[in-house]
Design a protein. Sequence first.
Length: 121
Amino acid sequence: MRIGELSKRSGFSRDAIRLYERSGLIHSDSRETDNNYKNYPDSAIFTLEVVRDAQAAGMSIDDLSLLLRQLEDGDPDDFDGDAFLAKKIAEIEARIEAASRFLETLKQSREALAIAPFSHN
């Protein structure tokens, strides 16, 4: 599929897709020589969904690129995947814990507003 269709189907802008391609997060299947258009595989939609989730959880594009590079063709002697993933898991778990605490604060605030008498000044 071309970039316009990938953009529509994934919800990412064309610029974001180009950025992710330059970062090595997604790849086009080929470049058509007569019109210079790139074709992206259907799997690019799934990859972009993973990117969206990872970024929402606080993972950087650089960390995602490093991880994907290592998964695709990394040198195990040059990259401690277990340590990298353990660190990222701990970071994400800490964010989830903080978000859960804040969610409870919001719920309690909402309940307090519902109970408090409504007044106009």
